[in-house]
Design a protein around this ligand. Structure first.
Ligand code: SAH
Ligand code: SF4
Ligand code: F3S
Length: 468
């Protein structure tokens, strides 16, 4: 794993993992080491954690569900908002007592937080019991770091994005047997003024289409039913590749692979959402009639300050084209409330846009200041309490709209994917291609399968259905 050449010989590769395996066994008194990986943040991190688990599995580890049982703990962190970071710090602090009880324990932090210098400094000062810190582009080198730590027993800090490398072919341990994430690109070039992601994930890099097609085909062959293509802005897929391909073309190629499955993708940046893409969605056989299209704000003044590079009018134009071409489209979005300089009048424009579009659901966030971003330098005079009141107003509006949209489904027969038992264990939960949850009765054998249901009722933001 030192560099791509080491993969020239599969033998060397296996021997390398065998040597880590035996070092780990020695460290833990010849008991199989137990690993726990905790994921914070978005789907990209969920996928990265599956790679980390794939590597740990190859290093001979078994997996446990809690920190208390673990010998190796990995926290894969998120930096997008302050509360995400606070949660990580709280949970890392709690590991101190566990490490005292089990001094051989290895504690690693990775993911987006670790790409920020002030965070690395804080880890060094406040949590000296953390053994290993590695950045978002270093997952492929995780086994090397473990090897180095086991042979030198000194703390390692390996961050700072290396922009050139994309790593294919790492082992992966997928948690779900019928739903999968598949990154088609990494990083982000957009620099929305509030957002830390471009600083912690580096520049946009697309995977070669052949690598995506192969991974996708394997998932379909293995019976995966719901595959989500991932990227911070999937619409700019292909921009920096030697091959001549864009996202709409990639989607069309994937959709032509035969099988019984759904394709989703996220996230689409409105500035790059093309009519071609919508046409491919409308004509596709497997592409879900669902588009996550984060608008962030309904005010042109705020969109401009956010550096989103589209207007309210351009956004609505896409929405109307979508609704014309795909009448049953389900549109979801992300909205930030209380961006620096936002007034109540600006916020009312967001409310009016939400009413006009009729999103099936939205993810709403109160603006969180991120050190190093342009928005962190902007004047932000609205008190948090006032922003919270706006936030509540937006949620109430959306809840009433979600109820209204859900009611339109009553009496319809829809295809759903059964995902598991509901929390009260009494019913099954399933999902429509529009990403709406449906509650229904049935046996566990249906989990992971597509079924047809008749929608009978609405309960809050969920639908109730009966198998037919
Ligand atoms: N690449 C995706 C979003 C990634 S982050 C996109 O462009 O849509 C997910 C969401 O977190 C964003 O859409 C935004 O609504 C929210 N977000 C990002 N930075 C934030 C911040 N500083 N404060 C509050 N919300 C933020
Ligand atoms: Fe952040 Fe904007 Fe990039 Fe999304 S597109 S990750 S919001 S900078
Ligand atoms: Fe968080 Fe990083 Fe995703 S900051 S939202 S885990 S890209």
């Amino acid at each position: 794993m030192k560099n791509s050449k080491s993969a020239d010989s599969l033998n060397d590769f296996e021997k390398y993992f065998d040597s880590i395996k035996s070092l780990l066994l020695q460290r833990f008194n010849f008991n199989i080491p137990k690993a726990f990986v905790k994921t914070y943040g978005c789907q990209q991190n969920v996928y990265d954690s599956e790679k980390i688990k794939g590597l740990l599995h190859k290093m001979g580890c078994n997996f446990v569900q809690t920190c208390e049982e673990a010998d190796i703990i990995v926290f894969n962190t998120c930096a997008v908002r302050k509360n995400a970071e606070d949660r990580v710090f709280g949970n890392v602090g709690a590991l101190k007592t566990l490490k005292k009880k089990n001094p051989q324990m290895i504690i690693a932090l990775c993911g987006c937080m670790t790409e920020q210098e002030h965070i690395v400094n804080k880890i060094k000062e406040t949590f000296p019991f953390v053994d290993l810190v590695f950045g978002t582009n270093y997952i492929r080198r995780f086994p090397d770091f473990i090897y180095e730590f086991l042979t030198h027993e000194k703390h390692l800090f390996k961050t700072k994005i290396d922009d050139d490398l994309l790593c294919e072919g790492l082992p992966i341990k997928r948690e779900n047997k019928f739903k999968a994430f598949l990154p088609i690109m990494y990083g982000c070039d957009n620099f929305c003024s509030y957002c830390i992601v471009p600083y912690v994930r580096g520049r946009e890099k697309s995977r070669a289409s052949i690598a995506i097609l192969n991974e996708f085909s394997q998932l379909v062959e293995r019976g995966y039913k719901d595959i989500t293509l991932l990227g911070q802005n999937v619409n700019s897929y292909g921009k920096h590749l030697d091959e001549d391909i864009n996202f709409a073309q990639l989607l069309k190629r994937l959709d032509s692979i035969p099988g019984d499955y759904w394709i989703r993708f996220m996230t689409s940046h409105p500035k790059d959402a093309t009519r071609d893409l919508i046409d491919v969605m409308a004509e596709g056989e497997h592409i879900c009639h669902h588009l996550h299209l984060p608008v962030q704000s309904g005010s042109n003044r705020i969109l401009n300050l956010m550096n989103r590079r589209y207007t309210r009018e351009k956004y609505l134009e896409i929405v109307y084209y979508l609704k014309e071409k795909i009448p049953d489209i389900s549109i979801t979005s992300d909205i930030i409330v209380g961006f620096p300089g936002e007034t109540y009048d600006d916020f009312c424009e967001t409310l009016s846009l939400v009413k006009e579009v009729e999103f099936s659901s939205i993810f709403t966030f109160i603006y969180s200041k991120r050190e190093g971003t342009p928005a962190a330098e902007m004047e932000d005079s609205i008190p948090y309490e006032e922003k919270s009141a706006w936030f509540k107003e937006l949620l109430e509006l959306q809840n009433s709209l979600t109820g209204k949209i859900c009611k339109r489904h009553i009496g319809k027969i829809v295809k759903v994917l059964v995902e598991g038992r509901s929390t009260n264990k009494k019913s099954l939960t399933a999902r429509t291609q529009g990403n709406i949850i449906v509650d229904l009765s049935g046996s566990n054998e249906l989990i992971g399968k597509f079924v047809k249901v008749k929608i009978t009722d609405v309960q809050g933001c969920f639908l109730k259905g009966e198998l037919i």
